[in-house]
Write a protein that binds this ligand. Structure first.
Ligand SMILES: Cc1cc2nc3c(=O)[nH]c(=O)nc-3n(C[C@H](O)[C@H](O)[C@H](O)COP(=O)(O)O)c2cc1C
Length: 159
């Protein structure tokens, strides 16, 4: 089995979660590639934050940098996003719209600041359909390394 992990991260929390998922899969001898989806729009600072929330709320797409891997070459896509205004980020929305016809099996993960996944997974389901499994992680627990049990259960159920 080979798995592609694709994620967007503005401040590193979702990246950390993606890296932990990768490490956990490698330990189980799964072939894994990891891809960071890069949003070309400047999301830094206060203005970047406000516009980011607005773009997510309005279900906007964005311009993303070209990616290295096509999900069609993998048995499963594990795709992750931070929750923005209760929704999926524009970068992951754009990525899923672009590759929806190449994705057969997917699992979702998200990180959030305390509000939970809200409509994030519903947004993703609207684009690529039902995932095999989902994982919701609070930013604080990822930073403090308290997410590993949840992560382990997630890995068990996607394999
Ligand atoms: C524009 C913006 C909107 C956000 N909206 C929410 C939200 O609706 N609910 C929530 O729980 N956290 C929200 N957050 C917090 C992030 O989801 C959380 O800190 C996440 O772990 C950040 O991931 P990252 O470090 O990979 O960018 C928001 C953050 C940003 C930048």
């Amino acid at each position: 089995m080979n798995i592609l992990i694709s994620f967007y991260s503005r401040t590193g929390t979702t990246r950390k979660a993606a890296e932990d998922i990768e490490e956990s899969l490698v330990k189980r001898d799964v072939e894994v590639k990891t891809e960071e989806v890069i949003d070309k729009k400047d999301r830094d600072g206060k203005t970047g934050y406000i516009v980011a929330g607005k773009d997510a709320m309005m279900k906007k797409e964005t311009e993303i940098e070209e990616v290295s891997y096509n999900p069609e070459n993998f048995d499963m896509l594990v795709v992750g996003t931070p929750v923005w205004a209760g929704k999926v980020t524009p970068a992951i929305r754009t990525y899923l719209e672009k590759y929806k016809d190449e994705i057969d099996h997917a699992a979702f993960f998200c990180t959030h600041g305390g509000g939970g996944e809200s409509n994030t997974f519903n947004d993703m389901k609207e684009i690529i359909g039902e995932p095999k499994e989902v994982l919701t992680l609070r930013d604080k627990e990822v930073k403090e390394g308290e997410h590993l049990d949840n992560l382990s259960n997630f890995i068990e159920s996607i394999l």
